[in-house]
Design a protein around this ligand. Structure first.
Ligand code: SF4
Length: 430
């Protein structure tokens, strides 16, 4: 089947507006209080198995997704969520650190400011487009720096926030002024119509900011003396049985709750020192990513074929191949992205290398977003060998002490990807 161009398929799935794709409808869920009890996670996984195809995901923005639903099962799943006592976030997306208010290293808890913006934006309901978002970064162990936002507030010092509208300049304001100006910006966006974004406002266009954020993995001390433990399912996805096993591990080791977090992670909170060891051991046995030196943590991958109707390649199935092949090159200076089409759902921002599905194969993008993909394209059937060959060539060309980022900057990657170069292949001449 010919992949459907992603631009014809609308924006993103939501709780009340699931999106059709290759394996049915996807419903996206963000708990309004940012957390799920182990019982709620187990119940959600059970509902995903009964009403969808059992696959669940944690997105780069820390949302949960349930896949493989039908028009008949969507309302049943929505009812199941409510019956589990989960209040889904509806309306304006305002993201805050999932550990806000519990993190002793944060500058400020972003929740009160976020609550003020949510309350103040109520009159704009239905007037803002579904992708308009606000990010409130209070600092601390969980970074939201890689999340795109129409309105971004970053704690500067207690009581003061750096406000950025779109790609405009940052201004440090008192908390009250920051809330007022954020709401004024949202009202201005709404006045331009539901297709408008902050970058459409005067003085807010400009060059897009690009930031990377390390996933919050491992132990994080909390202000109440307990510990959080951050981990990820491989490439952000798992089946219902895996999510049920996570819930069971949390319950058995005394975790208070599980919080979807940025960069496709989850945070178990409220663990004792003994409990955190037991929890880490149990989820490692489930194949989860628990440390930054796991090469899978450096790879973002979308569902790809056959799950997504826009996919040219089986991105998630290829992701372990990419992670393994590039493991010797992952020195902390590079990030990798496997995107089955140019929409780049798994990592909208640029990565160091992106393998992007198009024309029945994959193109290579260096230091850019998936949307920048261009020929040459390696056929889908050749990709495992092509990825392994590229990684082996890069490893062979790296000079002692050279970072992978520096290595990539001096090579003609398009030539290497086209297969027209050998291990002694071209270097950039400029
Ligand atoms: S990036 Fe992946 S998940 Fe997103 S539309 Fe394209 S193929 Fe589908």
């Amino acid at each position: 089947m010919t992949p459907i161009p992603p631009t014809r398929r609308g924006a993103c799935p939501a709780f009340l507006a699931p999106m059709e794709t290759g394996d049915g409808l996807i419903l996206r869920l963000v708990p309004s209080d940012g957390r799920l009890s182990p019982v709620q996670l187990r119940g959600l996984a059970d509902a995903a198995r009964r009403l969808g195809n059992g696959m669940m995901e944690v997105t780069a923005r820390g949302s949960l997704q349930v896949r493989g639903l039908t028009a008949e099962t969507v309302p049943l799943l929505q009812d199941a969520v409510v019956a589990l006592g989960i209040t889904p976030r509806l309306g304006l997306a305002v993201d805050v650190s999932p550990l806000g208010g519990m993190d002793p290293t944060e500058i400020a808890d972003g929740h009160p400011l976020a609550a003020a913006i949510i309350a103040g934006a109520q009159p704009l309901a239905g007037k803002l487009g579904p992708k308009v978002s606000v990010v409130v970064e209070g600092g601390g162990a969980v970074s939201l720096a890689a999340q795109k936002a129409d309105v971004r507030l970053v704690a500067a010092w207690p009581g003061h926030w750096a406000l950025t509208i779109g790609n405009g300049p940052a201004r440090v304001l008192s908390e009250g002024d920051a809330v007022a100006e954020a709401l004024a910006a949202l009202a201005s966006i709404a006045a331009l119509g539901r297709a408008a974004r902050a970058t459409d406002l005067p003085g807010c266009g400009g060059r897009a900011r690009v930031a990377e954020a390390a996933p919050p993995l491992g132990r994080i001390p909390l202000a109440d003396g307990t510990l959080a433990f951050g981990f990820g399912l491989p490439f952000g996805a798992g089946d219902a049985a895996q999510f049920e096993a996570l819930a069971e591990a949390a319950e058995a080791t005394g975790a208070r709750d599980l919080r979807p977090a940025p960069e496709r992670t989850l945070l178990a909170t409220g663990l004792s020192p003994a409990g955190v060891d037991a929890f880490a051991a149990r989820i490692a046995a489930l194949g989860c990513i628990t440390a930054a030196n796991d090469s899978r943590a450096a790879v973002a991958a979308c569902a790809g074929a056959p799950a997504c109707a826009s996919a040219h390649i089986p991105a998630r199935a290829l992701a372990p191949v990419l992670a393994q092949a590039f493991a010797p090159l992952l020195d902390g200076t590079v990030s990798l992205h496997l995107s089955a089409c140019t929409k780049g759902c798994a990592h909208p921002a640029p990565t160091t290398l992106a393998f992007v599905g198009m024309d029945g194969g994959a193109a290579l993008v260096h230091d850019g977003p998936a949307s920048g993909a261009a020929r040459p394209v390696r056929p889908a059937a050749d990709l495992p060998a092509a990825v392994a060959s590229l990684a082996a060539t890069l490893a062979a060309r790296r000079n002692p002490g050279e970072t992978t980022r520096a290595l990539l900057a001096r090579l003609d990657l398009a030539g290497l990807w086209a297969g027209t170069a050998t291990t002694d292949g071209p270097e950039k001449t400029t």
